[in-house]
Design a protein around this ligand. Structure first.
Ligand SMILES: [Zn+2]
Length: 200
């Protein structure tokens, strides 16, 4: 069997352990291996590498990812598990569904970073952060279903995080209305970090 394409939807669960700072019993901060933070379900070997690449970009940049489960769906499952989208983050279950198995790796890498970006912004943004971001990113709303999704702040936030973390950055066409420097500033506001590339 070709293990690079085999998919075990029922039971193949891979966990990625990341290092984290924990409070030791004597009160000192110590580096220790935390419980696995990212669970990958239903992935081929190639997809496991894809997800590990995405997690590594956050890890290298020093941006925490709180526990999340990433489910890779096969082409046969269509877009239904992602509510009609190519990928979908559900905050209540901390689950990312990926429905883009037919897309090129370059694009799938972007979507991994984007969906993890949703998890990061859900976990870290306050109400006033959100209001400021809507203003500065020229979004119409945070997540008003009456707005096209490109004009919703939560999508722009996830995409800016993905763009800033990708060594081969690709800003979506609908982000071109923001200057590169503006996107970099918004990335800093969202993550506390500088962008990882020299695009601006
Ligand atoms: Zn999104």
């Amino acid at each position: 069997m070709d293990t690079t394409t085999a998919r075990n939807v029922s039971a193949w669960i891979v966990t990625i352990a990341v290092t984290a700072t924990v409070l030791a019993s004597n009160g000192a901060h110590a580096i220790a291996h935390a419980e696995p933070q990212v669970t990958i379900v239903g992935a081929t070997n190639r997809e496991i590498s894809l997800v590990q690449w995405g997690v590594a970009q956050y890890d290298t940049a020093g941006i925490d990812i709180r526990p999340v489960t990433i489910i890779l769906h096969s082409r046969d499952e269509g877009w239904a598990p992602c509510r009609g989208a190519v990928a979908y983050y559900k905050s209540s279950s901390r689950t990312i569904d990926m429905c883009n198995s037919t897309r090129p790796d370059e694009e799938r890498r972007h979507w991994i970073l984007h969906e993890l970006g949703h998890a990061h912004t859900f976990d870290t943004m306050t109400g006033s952060d959100i209001n400021t971001f809507i203003d500065e990113s020229r979004s119409n709303s945070w997540n008003d279903p009456n707005d096209r999704w490109q004009n919703r702040g939560q999508e722009r936030a996830a995409d800016i995080v993905a763009w800033g973390l990708n060594p081969e950055p690709k800003a979506a066409y609908w982000m071109q209305e923001l200057q590169c420097e503006q996107r970099a500033e918004l990335f800093y506001d969202l993550t506390g970090m500088e962008i990882v590339h020299n695009e601006c």
